[in-house]
Ligand binder design. Structure first.
Ligand code: SF4
Length: 293
């Protein structure tokens, strides 16, 4: 169905053609109300306040901007285009440090064929699921590594289990196994030949976190994502999307003033705050694009 002959969406209802993504599913996982506000009501974000990661609103915006710039520079570099601080863009000191660390990073262990900013869509639970990889590195033998550039800060990097379990990892690996055939000579990837690698700009002593994939993981992810999509689509109307009871989730949410949870602050794990901020850098207003059938 094209964008021009879409069925009108009832107020407060999810668009039947809604395209899910790791961002929207992670929002639902955190709080059904947040999913409603962002993806059904399309509620503009209230003014950003100081965050639990300790940044002022202005510093937070600057950090988000630098993260986006780093991603754009890396993409241009991988495409063989001019990029970095010697291009026309200005850069702050932290961005320059990230960039120099990227340039010093040994990518030779990755499969040779590099596709930056790759978009994929697959079907799960009768709905479309969208993923956009910072980089897909693949080879002729069916091995593929999804790479994600992360600028999250902190005293120490989150644990490998933290990265393994996050929805971004589960969605990306599932989507590649389900819809990656065009990047594997027309054959679906064997999940056992896939992995995801997070590059951590702020932890040069241990810059990589690798998450391997297995066939059993693919089936577990398929069931989990199907259940999530079905649960979301079964809800109808604003009242069906309840607020989370976990106040520490509200402390990291831009809607906290709107939800009268503005005083929620305590108990936030620093790694959660850092990754939420890092994710925000890459969350567009629209998130997943409208895909025509
Ligand atoms: S402030 Fe809390 S209840 Fe409101 S949308 Fe955010 S996480 Fe949900």
């Amino acid at each position: 169905m094209s964008a021009t002959n879409r069925i009108p969406v009832k107020m407060g209802e999810l668009d039947p053609g809604f395209v899910f993504s790791q961002h929207s599913l992670a929002d639902y996982d955190a709080c059904a109300r947040r999913f409603y506000l962002r993806f059904i009501a399309r509620q503009a974000w209230p003014m950003v306040e100081d965050g639990p990661e300790g940044l002022s609103a202005i510093d937070r915006q600057a950090y988000l901007r630098q993260g986006k710039t780093l991603h754009r520079w890396i993409e241009r570099r991988l495409l063989g285009l001019p990029a970095g601080a010697d291009s026309t863009e200005s850069a702050d000191a932290e961005l320059v440090v990230w960039w120099e660390r990227f340039l010093a990073t040994d990518l030779s262990g990755l499969p040779a064929r590099r596709t930056p900013e790759l978009e994929l869509a697959c079907v799960v639970g009768g709905a479309r699921l969208y993923a956009r990889f910072d980089l897909l590195a693949s080879d002729e033998d069916g091995r593929a590594v999804i790479v994600d550039w992360k600028t999250l800060r902190g005293q120490k990097p989150p644990s490998p289990a933290f990265f393994r379990d996050r929805l971004q990892t589960r969605v990306y690996l599932f989507a590649l196994a389900a819809a990656g055939a065009p990047f594997n000579g027309g054959r679906p990837f064997d999940p056992a030949r896939l992995s995801m690698r997070y590059w951590l700009a702020n932890f040069p002593e241990r810059p990589w976190v690798d998450v391997p994939y297995r066939r059993a993981d693919y089936e577990v992810d398929r069931q989990r994502l199907t259940a999530m999509v079905s649960a979301i689509r079964a809800r109808s109307g604003e009242a069906a999307f309840e607020k989370t009871e976990r106040l520490q989730t509200c402390a990291m949410c831009d809607y906290r003033t709107l939800c009268a949870r503005g005083s929620a602050r305590g108990g936030v794990a620093l790694e959660d705050a850092a990754i939420a901020l890092d994710d925000a850098a890459l969350l567009d207003d629209t998130d997943a694009p409208a895909l025509d059938a």
